[in-house]
Design a binder for this molecule. Structure first.
Ligand code: G1P
Length: 293
């Protein structure tokens, strides 16, 4: 069955980005002129998905509004002849079929994903974490391709050397399939560096077979007393293989301030309308500043 549905957990409070997130959803914080969550939805669409479900919480209405039509704004843009902007705001509402469901209390990522069961039904689906912004859809496309061939669940993996591994789900692998996907043998949520099974960290892109829902339901609270998706995947691994797409470049943790800045600068440099002038500005700025001692 083709992968059509993306699930985007978006019920978090965004405490890492206070005060910006005091009265607004962290997913709506823009990278330049586009809310972070729009990049995620565009990535899903680029990978061939057509349906997006937000697992949302209180004060997240702006996300739903962003992907809906906006008659007053459209009428105003139309009346003032701003045809390019008019086309752009209409196109956002036509990116995908967008739905949302509320997670009444936040009890971990696995718990959040369990709220997608009714909408997803008996289909494979993708989970995309809003804090993990990707440069493009290359990794997600590879995950979908891996599922098409192998029919199993697939996660995105990146090597994270050193103690930072303990901020992630970590996996052990036993070699690669002939077509280059890592064969996962063990998963641990946020292990201490000393006992991490490898330096391969789970990044915020998952493709699950629907069997994951029964495994989430059978998962007891784990790290931080939360229902961890990594623990549910350990249960899944007892029944089905899980593969990994290992990638290197092009991921930004935009819930983290230095990475948010890096994404903003690098995305601006890549843009035709902003890049050339912004690059000159950056070069002048840095040349005019004495190096930090
Ligand atoms: C979550 C997962 C973790 C994964 C990470 C990727 O952690 O629990 O396994 O490695 O996302 O960003 P969080 O960052 O939500 O604490």
């Amino acid at each position: 069955m083709p992968v059509r549905k993306a699930v985007i957990p978006a019920a978090g409070l965004g405490t890492r980005f206070l005060p910006a997130t005091k009265a607004q959803a962290k997913e709506m914080i823009p990278i330049i002129d586009k809310p972070a969550v729009q990049y995620i939805v565009e990535e899903a669409v680029e990978a061939g998905l057509t349906d997006v479900l937000f697992i949302s919480g209180r004060s997240k209405r702006a996300i739903e509004d962003h992907f809906d039509r906006s008659p007053e704004l459209e009428a105003s843009l139309s009346a003032s002849g701003k045809t390019a902007q008019l086309a752009e705001v209409i196109a956002i509402a036509e990116l995908a079929y967008v739905h949302s469901v509320r997670q009444p209390e936040a009890r971990g990522l696995g718990h959040a994903i369990s709220f997608a069961e009714r909408h997803v039904g008996n289909e494979p689906f993708v989970v995309m974490l809003g804090d993990d912004l990707m440069l493009d859809a290359t990794v997600l496309k590879q995950m979908v391709a891996a599922h098409e061939v192998h029919g199993c669940s697939v996660v995105a993996l990146k090597r994270i050397p050193g103690p930072s591994i303990s901020a992630y789900g970590c996996v052990a692998i036993n070699g690669y399939t002939d077509d280059g996907f890592a064969k996962i043998t063990e998963l641990v949520e946020k292990p201490p560096f000393a006992s991490a099974p490898s330096d391969l960290a789970i990044m915020g892109r998952y493709l699950f077979t629907p069997s994951i829902f029964a495994k989430i339901a059978a998962t007891p609270p784990g790290r931080g007393n939360e229902i961890q998706i990594t623990d549910a995947m350990t249960l899944l691994l007892a029944d089905e293989p899980i593969l990994g797409v290992v990638f290197d470049e092009g991921r930004y943790d935009v819930g983290n301030k230095p990475d948010f800045l890096r994404a903003t600068v690098e995305f601006a440099l890549m843009r035709d309308d902003l890049g050339p002038d912004f690059e000159l500005y950056l070069r002048d700025l840095l040349a005019s500043r004495p190096p930090r001692s």
